[in-house]
Design a protein around this ligand. Structure first.
Ligand code: ADP
Ligand code: F6P
Length: 325
């Protein structure tokens, strides 16, 4: 087969996500099972440019399936947007014999993968981000763990919020996307959920909702605020001044990116990692793996990057209707 790869490189890029290690492990073990060599590229595209490339064997990925983070480290490498730098990246791959590459990251990382594919390196992207903001897939590596971490933290804030009869604003990650906020809104039964995709900035309506809750005897008011809206601390001050109810802001931050991956993240990341290798062995390139309608599938990266998705309307609706008491 003209395109058959011999040496598969693997890198993680952009924000880390729990389950990335399971994906790396699957790439390495599946590649070895298929008689290929494997090279780990450290620190994303930055490490590629610095030739931080290591040989990997089945043992290199022992004891990592249960670990958060990424053993290969990750980076954001702004210079990789430059076509000359991308050419250098492809040349370095060739110099190290890497003819197939698995890039684990988000949309930004896939753009780098797309460029390397155009420069002759067979490349497959795996969706790795806690944000769930990749349009071609209903699942991204890390989201399940992150949303469970956020949910558990919000339950804890709720306990103290109830004891003190306070309003609590809890800010969750997601960059411009509100998926973590929406899922926690449903899972934690929050009184209000502010999503960048939907928020109308009507703070007066929010204030009236809090006052109405207090009048009905509610002992707390939980507001989940997505990072894409932000400003939780100043919002808390304004709400306290307007309602007379003590209000605290908690920004969950990077704790959402760490921790041992859930079973779902381990299994899906492992499946996707193995599938990426299968695709490379079939001669595929410029593809991204996704999960849709109950199946693991793959798309052309150009098509994947042109897709859009939004917040599920029904889930958004019930996030409000089910949380009224
Ligand atoms: P994510 O992959 O999670 O979306 P970023 O948007 O930070 O995260 O992108 C990760 C990395 O992907 C960037 O630091 C850069 O190295 C690379 N990248 C992003 N955009 C491009 C692009 N247009 N062309 C080439 N590489 C890109
Ligand atoms: O994309 C994952 C993510 O955690 C986003 O939710 C957040 O906006 C961003 O990365 C934070 O990036 P950094 O680790 O650079 O602060």
């Amino acid at each position: 087969m003209a395109n058959e790869v011999q040496t598969i490189g693997v890198l993680t890029s952009g924000g880390d996500a729990p389950g990335m290690n399971a994906a790396i492990r699957a790439v390495v073990r599946q590649a070895i099972a298929k008689g290929k060599k494997v090279k780990g590229i450290k620190r994303g595209y930055a490490g590629l440019l610095n030739e931080e490339i290591i040989d990997m064997d089945a043992h290199s990925v022992s004891e990592i399936i249960q670990r958060g983070g990424t053993i290969l480290q990750t980076a954001r490498c702004l210079e990789f947007i430059d076509p000359e730098v991308q050419k250098k990246g492809a040349e370095i791959c060739k110099k190290h014999g890497i003819d197939g590459l698995v890039v684990i990251g988000g949309d930004g990382s896939f753009k780098g993968a797309q460029k390397l594919a155009a420069l002759g390196i067979n490349t497959i992207g795996l969706p790795g981000t806690i944000d769930l903001d990749i349009a071609c897939t209903e699942y991204t590596i890390g989201f399940d763990t992150a949303v469970n971490t956020a949910m558990e933290a919000i339950d804890k804030v709720r306990d103290t919020s109830t004891s003190h009869e306070r309003c609590s604003i809890i800010e969750v990650m997601g960059r411009g996307a509100g998926y973590i906020a929406l899922w926690c809104g449903i899972a934690n039964g929050a009184e209000d959920v502010l999503l960048p995709e939907r928020y109308n900035h009507d703070e007066q309506a929010l204030i009236e909702h809090i006052i109405e809750g207090k009048r009905k005897g509610k002992q707390h008011h939980i507001i989940i605020n997505a990072e894409g809206i932000g400003h939780s601390s100043s919002m808390a001050k304004r709400i306290e001044a307007a309602t007379g109810i003590e209000t605290r802001a908690t920004i969950l931050g990077h704790m959402q990116r760490g921790g041992s991956p859930t079973c779902k993240d381990r299994v899906y990341a492992s499946t996707m990692g193995a599938l990426a290798v299968d695709l490379l062995c079939e001669g595929a390139t410029n593809r991204v793996v996704g999960y849709r309608h109950g199946e693991f599938v793959d798309f052309d990266i150009d098509d994947a990057l042109s897709m859009t998705k939004g917040i599920d309307e029904y889930q958004f609706e019930i996030c409000t209707s089910l949380n009224v008491s």
